[in-house]
Design a protein around this ligand. Structure first.
Ligand SMILES: [Zn+2]
Length: 640
């Protein structure tokens, strides 16, 4: 990478951000006067936030520009002791700075080089958003230093003790910041429209390797002290940490994998196409600006498929199917290096700008590497899920949640992470591609990522840019219908696949009692094809047919968590008893929410298995990340 051009770029960036804030100041000033702390204590949290829907921070007045962390990771007590030194920039005169905090103990606060601590104020802590930490500052304050520690309520952190279920020999801890959990392990202005650089010093036990979304070590040292730098400004939700007995293997000069020692060779093999993916992504939408793209394979409790922490994507071990059939998640996280990490949603209501673009981009990377047919099947599977989600929202009276632009007032922003932002967003771009042609769309997207690099924007700012650069007057395409109206607009792109149709037709015949063709095997390893096959089977399927399919195709033993989930859900819906051990073991081992949710909800909906489902959850929940544990407890209506 050419560092010189980056430098010029950052200078330009500073200038533009100054201009941008220049526009916001007056607006902010008016709003700031309405801040009433009495009110904040009395009202529920959604009324307590005066400017932003999910953050207390007064970032239009004063904001962190650089965060220097000094962290000690204590596995015995499962606590991180931290010092967070915020270098701040005062944008508008104010005598206080507000940070977000949730589940933290704040010990002391210092300004600049003072040795005397200042008095700080902690607001009431609300569910979901936590509370504010209010620190008095002067016009001359440059640094705010907060001494703190995490607690068992630091929900970003998943502390894992070694046991035979999780396969760990040594303890492990990792964080999940998105959407608003970074405030549970760092006192910070936790708003996606905020961008900061950060550095960190970490002290860990000597047999551990710590990693962050920053420059990373590739092997352990003798001191247990490590230093990290993230020189590109990122939103707080992308600050991430993982500490464990980890090993590294290189893929090429700029990419590699980290995993537990017994997994690292397998992971390198599974993810060997990463260098090709990076080339493909750059050919599509411009230079990769994060210097390295490493993947960390986490223990199975990780609640997501992947998390696009810059320079270090976090990945679930369920991607390792042994046949490279689930690598599209890596393409997805890589695509976030542009959509999401480079160009970020200003609020959680604009999350489609992040996820929708990423789904489209992911699909294009997959097409470049593996061909159109594979890419189409991938999208079709997601499209089926989208239709289901839309139907569900409609029947639950939540049809407005199928708009791309969401209203998350007084709601957990986690609720916005549905197939709508992802797949409806991706489908919108596929439809736009049909309307204006691929060449024009690609030129537009490339320009868009370059124009807004290292910035955040709202849906409305996107729309302004869209109308300046795209002419859709000769087509039926109306972008507002996608953004502000429910469901899928007429004229949406239609994706089809002959292989898909064939496998669905086959499933329909088998459902009606026809025997499985003798030569039917899963040798082609196309996960999506088999998902479509299982989905086409109905719950009134004969138990002997389930047995016959299992005998021939071995879905339950496939080791492919996507296929296993789909197959177990069908079995539960069909009240088939033959997989009880496999289901219990799967749910105990894996913490990825994408799999837990459909399985637990199928169990809940089957009167003969509902109690058993709760029983499994009670035993398994200690092994889940707090995010997954909370989601499933809600789904099963278990009140803690
Ligand atoms: Zn994503």
């Amino acid at each position: 990478m050419d560092m010189r051009s980056v430098k010029v770029f950052f200078q330009l960036l500073l200038l533009t951000s100054f201009l941008l804030f220049g526009c916001n100041i007056d607006h902010q000033n008016e709003e700031a006067k309405t801040l009433d702390y009495e009110q904040i204590y009395k009202e529920k949290w959604c009324d307590a936030l005066y400017l932003r829907k999910h953050s207390f921070a007064n970032i239009n007045e004063v904001k962190t520009v650089h965060l220097a962390l000094d962290l000690t990771v204590d596995f015995d007590k499962e606590v991180i002791h931290g010092v967070a030194n915020h270098s701040i920039q005062i944008l508008h005169p104010t005598d206080f700075m507000l940070f977000d905090t949730r589940g933290l103990i704040i010990d002391k606060v210092f300004l600049d080089n003072d040795t005397v601590a200042v008095d700080f104020e902690l607001g009431r802590s609300y569910p979901t958003v936590g509370g504010f930490l209010k620190i008095p500052i002067t016009p001359k304050t440059n640094n705010v230093t907060i001494h703190y520690q995490t607690t068992e309520n630091s929900k970003a952190l998943d502390w894992l003790k070694p046991n035979d279920k999780n396969g760990l020999d040594k303890p492990f801890v990792y964080s999940q910041g998105q959407p608003i959990l970074t405030r549970t392990w760092i006192p910070i202005q936790d708003d996606p429209s905020q961008r900061i650089t950060y550095s960190a010093k970490l002290q860990v036990p000597k047999d551990m390797l710590p990693l962050m979304s920053a420059t990373n070590p590739q092997r352990k040292n003798d001191t247990g002290v490590y230093y990290f730098e993230m020189n590109q400004a990122i939103p707080p939700y992308l600050i991430a940490i993982a500490v464990g007995d980890l090993a590294f293997r290189s893929l090429d000069e700029i990419s590699g994998v980290y995993a537990l020692p017994n997994m690292v060779e397998i992971a390198r093999d599974e993810f060997q196409d990463i260098p090709k993916m990076i080339v493909a992504a750059q050919e599509l939408y411009g230079e990769y600006l994060w210097e390295r793209f490493d993947v960390l394979v986490l223990p199975a409790s990780f609640p997501f498929g992947g998390m696009e922490n810059p320079r270090l994507t976090f990945a679930t071990p369920t991607l390792i199917a042994g046949d490279r059939s689930l690598v599209s998640v890596i393409a997805h996280e890589l695509a976030h290096s542009w959509s999401g990490n480079l160009v970020t949603n200003a609020t959680w209501e604009d999350i489609w700008l992040n996820e929708g673009f990423t789904v489209y981009f992911e699909n294009r990377i997959m097409e470049k590497l593996y061909g159109k047919e594979i890419a189409d099947m991938l999208f079709l599977v997601e499209y089926q899920e989208l239709i289901e989600t839309i139907e569900k929202f409609k029947s639950q009276g939540q049809y407005a949640d199928t708009h791309l632009k969401l209203d998350l007032t007084c709601r957990d922003p986690d609720e916005g992470l549905t197939d709508i932002a992802y797949v409806k967003g991706g489908l919108m771009l596929k439809t736009l591609e049909e309307a204006i042609g691929r060449q024009r769309l690609d030129a537009f997207l490339k320009g868009y990522f370059a124009e807004f690099a290292f910035q955040t924007l709202t849906t409305e700012q996107f729309l302004d840019y869209f109308y300046e650069h795209v002419d859709v007057s000769n087509s039926e395409f109306v972008i507002e219908k996608w953004i502000y109206e429910p469901g899928i607009p007429e004229g949406a792109a239609e994706i089809s696949s002959d292989r898909f149709d064939a496998v669905i037709a086959l499933a329909n015949k088998i459902q009606k009692g026809e025997k499985l063709p003798k030569d039917l095997t899963r040798r082609d390893k196309i996960t999506q094809k088999w998902l479509a096959f299982i989905r086409a089977l109905q719950p009134d399927i004969d138990p002997t047919t389930i047995e016959a399919i299992e005998e021939q195709l071995q879905f339950a033993k496939s080791g492919n968590a996507e296929i296993m989930t789909e197959w177990f859900v069908l079995a539960i819906n069909a009240n088939f008893d033959g997989f009880r051990d496999e289901i219990a073991s799967f749910l105990t081992k894996i913490g990825r929410r994408k799999f837990l949710r459909p399985m637990y909800s199928a169990l809940r909906n089957n009167p003969e298995m509902a109690d058993w489902g709760v029983e499994i959850f009670q035993k398994a929940r200690a092994g889940y990340h707090p995010l997954s544990a909370y989601s499933i407890a809600q789904l099963l209506e278990i009140v803690d």
